[in-house]
Design a protein around this ligand. Structure first.
Ligand code: NAP
Length: 261
């Protein structure tokens, strides 16, 4: 697909993967509409992209009640009908740190999952046949973790299943796709050190663009992490949980090492 002149709506455009993707897509000739809460970051980004007139934004919290109605109103005012929508915005907060923190869990489900479904419903009337809607998911969607908590993984698992259903329902009209990432060395990741399996911000941007250009409904980066989790699930549960305990111990050790740096 030729990206030139394509209209791309990206949530979570103010930092991390969404920000890098915005810069790349505007550079490729797309007209990007970014969404995030922090207006100052979006304003700074507008002065940084290579063609500021091709970067519009809404500073808004997508989990607020009327946010998508307001976004759609702004899009209509500018006659902006997105060819591609990328649901990238998310938060990660550890809801296991002080026992169970229900408020944190609720907030993650609200932002990472429910506001995406609300956004799809609100955007539907603006989407033309053959538009693409892409969800950014995570390897956390595939497994539980005693270190990372409940809400983030649950929100990404719900999002991934919702996108499978949306693909099946609308496959002849709108292309619903999901890009899964393992650890990316940017944004919300608590890890700043590079490991053999972590992706760079540039890898993540390339992966999203590849997903736009190709027909794959689901793509995994790096593939080996996802093979490992999927195969481990087929093991008897005692072995599966030994494997997950091993992963949790590795996460714990890395958090300690990085906090000592
Ligand atoms: N980094 C990783 O290791 C990793 C791994 C796997 C998957 N992912 C996924 O990749 C995507 C991007 O992650 P990232 O690391 O780039 O995260 P990030 O740097 O924390 O960026 C998250 C973006 O979402 C926006 N956002 C958060 N809550 C919002 C809300 N309520 N309303 C509107 N915008 C909101 C933030 O902007 P404001 O704060 O200004 O609102 C920010 O622009 C996420 O879906 C994440 O789950 C990341």
């Amino acid at each position: 697909m030729d990206l030139h002149n394509k209209k791309v709506l990206i949530t979570g455009s103010s930092r991390g993967i969404g920000r890098a993707l915005t810069i790349k897509l505007v550079g490729e000739g797309c007209e990007v509409w970014g969404i995030a809460r922090r207006e100052k970051l979006l304003k700074n980004l507008k002065s940084e992209v290579n063609s500021p007139k091709n970067y519009l934004y809404s500073a808004i919290d997508i989990s607020q009640k009327d946010s998508w109605d307001q976004i759609v109103k702004s899009l209509r005012r500018k006659k902006y009908h997105p060819d591609i929508v990328i649901f990238n915005a998310a938060i990660f907060e550890n809801d296991f740190i002080n026992g169970l923190d229900f408020e944190k869990t609720r907030k993650m489900i609200e932002i990472n999952y429910l506001s995406v479904i609300k956004g799809i419903q609100a955007l539907f009337p603006l989407l033309k046949t053959n538009s693409q809607v892409i969800a950014i998911s995570s390897s956390s969607a595939l497994k539980g973790s005693g270190e990372e908590g409940i809400g983030y993984a649950a929100s990404k698992a719900a999002l991934s299943i919702a996108f499978e259903s949306l693909y099946l329902k609308y496959r002849n009209k709108i292309h619903f796709k999901t890009v899964f990432f393992g650890p990316v060395k940017t944004g919300m990741s608590p890890f700043s050190r590079h490991t053999i399996l972590s992706l760079s911000e540039e890898d993540a941007v390339r992966a999203v663009i590849k997903s736009i250009e190709r027909g794959d409904v689901i793509s995994y980066y790096p593939l080996i992490i996802f093979y490992a989790y999927k195969l481990a699930k087929l093991l008897p549960s005692s072995y599966y949980f030994k494997f997950l305990t091993f992963i949790d111990e590795k996460i714990h050790q890395r958090l300690i090492v990085e906090s000592d740096d």
